[in-house]
Write a protein that binds this ligand. Structure first.
Ligand code: PBG
Length: 329
């Protein structure tokens, strides 16, 4: 029987797949240690290591153990971390978020001292610090936009003063990038970049993080400020605004269910794009791997490479320390 296929037998895609060397030569996308940002959770106290049950391998750490973890990560090949703080006390205004001696600020100072070359990013948000668990100031059951902005600006400045290299606002208030930019500039930090969680969706995949960060909203949900998962044009408008307001890096969050958004943002804006491989995505991989249903290393490397292929330049991932070790093997 004769096959009538245009191109075949002259074209054979398999020619470049048989030999591992040539396979490597024609590979279009690569995963490098430089692409990865390792999130860390810091809590008050000393010698505290609280494993997060829904995120095997991730713990809340007190500053002394956080420093050890950062040193270990640097040794493994991690180049950048993002620090999330859980304060000793919460209040209506999230004052722990901008306390110059708050948990994040102290953690940044300690990690900076132990790891001078580590790139330290801080998450700028109020939700871990407010008693109601929302990302802004509230009145009744409304999250107020404009009154929140000044607090975010103060938080960002306090992080920069503590020695953070970059700030990453994740609150999704309108106008927060320009408020943070203005506050940083006024305080003498016009060289500190802003990585904006620009396309951040109201997602079920944040569940385990809220256990890790103790930031579950006490009433309602985050749909009045985070994006509707049904929308993609809106992600372009939202991101365009953040760019106009002066952000340096744009972000898509979560990752796996939003690869189309990564692709569209990269195509449309040509800006550096970060993706957040969020807690729920991590938990799913860990659960399946623990059951022996998938190969953890191969699955993680494939997921992260897919983010690169979609257009992401950098990936925030709880797998970062494992991955840099695997890449070095
Ligand atoms: C805080 C924040 C969240 C995440 C990062 N920063 C949670 C949220 O919006 O509820 C989620 C990260 C993850 O799930 O890994 N605003």
């Amino acid at each position: 029987m004769k096959y009538i296929v245009p191109g075949f037998p002259i074209q054979r895609m398999r020619r470049l797949r048989e030999n591992p060397t040539v396979r490597e030569m024609v590979r279009e996308n690569h995963l490098r240690p430089e692409d990865l940002i390792y999130p860390l959770f810091v809590v008050p106290g000393e010698n505290v290591n609280n494993p997060v049950s829904s995120m095997p391998g991730v713990s809340q750490l007190s500053i002394d153990l956080l420093v050890k973890e950062a040193v270990d990560a640097v040794k493994a090949g991690v180049k950048a971390v993002e620090i999330f703080g859980i304060p000793p006390e919460k209040d209506g205004f999230g004052s722990g978020a901008y306390d110059p001696n708050g948990i994040v600020q102290e953690a940044v100072r300690a990690v900076r001292k132990a790891c001078p070359d580590l790139y330290i990013i801080t998450d700028v948000c109020l939700c871990q610090f407010t008693d109601h668990g929302h990302c802004g100031i509230v009145e009744g059951h409304r999250v107020l936009n404009d009154p929140t902005l000044a607090y975010l600006g103060r938080a960002a400045v306090s992080h920069a003063q503590a020695g953070a290299d970059m700030v990453a606002p994740s609150d999704m208030m309108d106008g927060r990038v320009s408020a943070i930019r203005a506050a940083l500039d006024e305080a003498g930090f016009n060289h500190i970049p802003i990585m904006s969680y620009s396309a951040k969706y109201a997602s079920a995949f944040y569940g385990p993080f809220r256990e890790a960060a103790e930031s579950t909203p006490q009433w309602g949900d985050r749909r009045s400020y985070q994006m509707d998962p049904g929308n993609s044009n809106e992600a372009l408008r939202e991101t365009a605004l953040d760019i106009q307001e002066g952000c340096d890096i744009i972000m898509v969050k979560p990752g796996l269910s939003y690869m189309d958004i990564i692709y569209r943002l990269k195509q449309d804006f040509g800006m550096p794009v970060a993706v957040y491989n969020v807690s729920g995505e991590y938990a799913m991989v860990k659960a399946a791997a623990a059951n022996g249903w998938i190969d953890e290393k191969k699955t993680v490397l494939e997921i992260l490479l897919s983010f690169k292929r979609s257009g992401a330049d950098m990936i925030i991932t709880y797998h970062a320390k494992d991955v840099v070790r695997w890449l070095a093997e």
